[in-house]
Ligand binder design. Structure first.
Ligand SMILES: [Zn+2]
Length: 479
C-alpha cells in the first residue's frame, strides 16, 4: 500500500510540477504540435525565432519535436497572421531545405512556383510559400495597418509577372500600395507592366534553410542581387583549411584567404552587356588532403538600365578609333588592371577622385560618330577646368603612370585583391610607378589629353579583370 502511494505521489509530482510551473508564467499558453508542423513554423505563428521557442521549452534539438507535444508559446502571439507568403532564397539554400522549413515537399514547393528543375533555384529568387488554397484570401485581406514600416529588412527586386497588379504585389510583401508606388516612383498604380522590376525595401526574410556541404560553415553574398556592370563580394567560412578555385561568367575566381585558411573572400563582377538571367558560381573547395568539395550557387543578374548616348569626337582625334591603336592599349590596360595582389590597401568605401561635378555616369551604351551602340562608358566622368586636382580614391600602389594614345595621361592604382582604379586624360601626373599613395592624395590634374570631347577626368574601377561602376564602391563599403 505504501509502495503504491509512493508511485502515485511520484506520478502526481511528475505530471503536476511542470504544469504548475507553466501556469506560473504570465502571458503564456500551450500549443499542441500538429501533423506537418515544425519548430520554425510554430515560432513564426507566434512571432518568435526558433531559438527563442526552443529555449522557452528547453528543447535541445529543434528537429526532434513530436506530433501532440505541448509547447509553451506567448498567449498574445499573432497566430496565423505571421505566416510568411514569400521566401527569398539565401546563398546555400536548396529547394529541399526551404520546403522542409515550411512543412511541404520540395515537389509541392516547386509546383507552386512553376519550377521544373529542382536544382535551378537562385539566390534572391522570391518563392511563393503560401499554400495555394489560402493564398487568395490572405492576399486580398492584408490591411495597411499590418505593414512593418520600421522594418530594417533587406531590399529585393520583384519582376512583374503577367496578370499581377501593384495591389497583389504589395500584399505579397506586406507593403501598402502607396509605399510600393512611392519606392518605385510610380505615379499611377494601374500603370505597371510585365517584366518591370520593382524595388521591394524593408523585406524581412524568414529564417534561412542552409543546406551547405559539411566543410562550409558560412556563405554570404553581398549584394544578394547582382546588377550588370556591378560587383559583389562572396565570403566563405570553412571548418578546416581549404583552397578555393572556381569561375563565374567565364572568369576564374581568385580568393583571398586568411592565414588560418578558414575565411575566404573574393569578388565576382558582371561585365556590361551580360544579359539578365541566372548564372552559376561554380566553386571547388580543396582541403589539405586534396579532397575536393564542389559547391555551386546560382546567381541572378539584373539589367543595368544604363541608357545610351552618342559621342562625337573632335575632328583631329577621329583617327584614335583605329582598331589597332585601341587594341594594343586595351591589352595593356587589361594586363595591368586584371591582376591580383594578395595585400589589400582598400579599407572602406572609395572616395571621389575630384572635387568636381559628375557629367557622365558609368555604363551608358555608346555610339561613336554615328556608329553602332557596341561600346559602353567604362568609367564615370567628372568635369573640371584643366589643373583641377585629381585625388587617389583610396590607398594603394601606383602600377602605371604613362602617356597613352586613347586614355591620354593615365594613372592606375592597385588597391589589392584584384581591385584597381584608373584616372585618364590628365594634364599632369604627379606620381610614379611603385609610389604608395593614400586616400585623397593629389596624384595629378584634370586635363583633355587622349580621346576626349573636352577637359574632364574619366575615373575607372576594375574588379577581377572587369570594369564596373565605380560609384557602387563610393556608395557602399565591402570592408
Ligand atoms: Zn569617360
Amino acid at each position: 500500500m505504501i509502495r503504491r502511494l509512493a508511485v502515485v505521489i511520484v506520478l502526481v509530482g511528475f505530471f503536476c510540477f511542470p504544469l504548475a510551473a507553466q501556469d506560473a508564467q504570465p502571458g503564456l499558453t500551450i500549443h499542441v504540435v500538429q501533423r506537418g508542423e515544425n519548430l520554425f513554423r510554430i515560432a513564426l505563428r507566434y512571432g518568435m525565432t526558433t531559438d527563442e521557442l526552443a529555449q522557452l521549452n528547453g528543447i535541445a534539438n529543434p528537429g526532434s519535436i513530436l506530433v501532440g507535444q505541448r509547447l509553451l508559446v506567448p498567449a498574445n502571439g499573432a497566430a496565423d497572421a505571421a505566416l510568411p507568403q514569400v521566401h527569398v532564397v539565401q546563398p546555400g539554400e536548396t529547394l529541399r531545405s526551404i520546403a522542409e522549413l515550411y512543412g511541404v515537399s520540395a515537389e509541392e514547393l516547386a509546383a507552386r512556383n512553376q519550377i521544373t528543375d529542382l536544382n535551378a533555384i537562385y539566390v534572391g529568387q522570391v518563392l511563393n510559400v503560401a499554400a495555394p488554397a489560402e493564398a487568395p484570401t490572405q492576399v486580398e485581406t492584408v490591411a495597411s495597418a499590418e505593414i512593418p514600416v520600421e522594418n530594417p529588412g533587406q531590399t529585393v527586386i520583384h519582376t512583374v509577372q503577367p496578370g499581377e497588379t501593384l495591389f497583389r504585389i504589395a500584399a505579397r510583401y506586406h507593403l501598402s500600395v502607396n509605399d510600393l508606388a512611392r519606392a518605385n516612383s510610380i505615379s499611377d498604380p494601374t500603370l505597371i507592366y510585365t517584366g518591370q522590376q520593382l524595388v521591394i525595401t524593408g523585406f524581412e526574410p524568414p529564417q534561412a534553410a542552409l543546406d551547405l556541404p559539411p566543410v562550409v560553415t558560412g556563405l554570404e553574398i553581398a549584394p544578394l542581387l547582382l546588377v550588370e556592370g556591378q560587383a559583389g563580394r562572396v565570403r566563405l567560412t570553412t571548418a578546416q583549411p581549404v583552397q578555393i578555385s572556381g569561375s563565374f561568367l567565364d572568369r576564374a575566381v581568385v580568393a583571398a584567404s586568411d592565414p588560418d585558411g578558414l575565411t575566404h573572400t573574393f569578388f565576382i563582377a558582371v561585365p556590361v552587356f551580360t544579359p539578365a538571367g541566372v548564372y552559376p558560381l561554380a566553386l571547388l573547395l580543396t582541403d589539405a588532403a586534396g579532397q575536393p568539395t564542389p559547391l555551386t550557387v546560382n546567381i541572378q543578374v539584373l539589367a543595368g538600365n544604363y541608357g545610351s548616348e552618342y559621342i562625337n569626337l573632335l575632328a583631329d582625334r577621329g583617327g584614335l578609333l583605329d582598331p589597332s591603336v585601341e587594341a594594343a592599349e586595351q591589352q595593356l590596360i587589361e594586363s595591368v588592371m586584371g591582376g591580383f595582389t594578395a595585400a589589400r590597401y582598400l579599407d572602406g568605401p572609395m572616395g571621389l577622385p575630384a572635387a568636381a561635378a559628375m557629367t557622365s555616369p558609368f555604363g551608358r551604351k555608346r555610339s561613336y560618330n554615328g556608329g553602332p551602340f557596341d561600346r559602353f562608358h567604362s568609367g564615370t566622368d567628372f568635369a573640371g577646368v584643366p589643373g583641377t586636382p585629381v585625388l587617389a580614391s583610396s590607398s594603394g600602389v601606383v602600377v602605371l603612370a604613362d602617356r597613352l594614345n586613347v586614355r591620354g595621361n593615365a594613372t592606375i592604382i592597385d588597391h589589392g585583391w584584384g581591385i584597381f582604379t584608373g584616372y585618364w586624360h590628365q594634364t599632369d601626373i604627379y606620381v610614379r610607378v611603385g609610389d604608395y599613395v593614400t586616400t585623397g592624395q593629389v596624384i595629378g590634374t584634370i586635363g583633355a589629353t587622349g580621346r576626349v570631347t573636352g577637359a574632364h577626368l574619366h575615373w575607372e574601377l576594375w574588379v577581377n579583370g572587369v570594369p564596373v561602376d565605380p560609384m557602387q564602391w563610393v556608395r557602399q563599403s565591402f570592408f
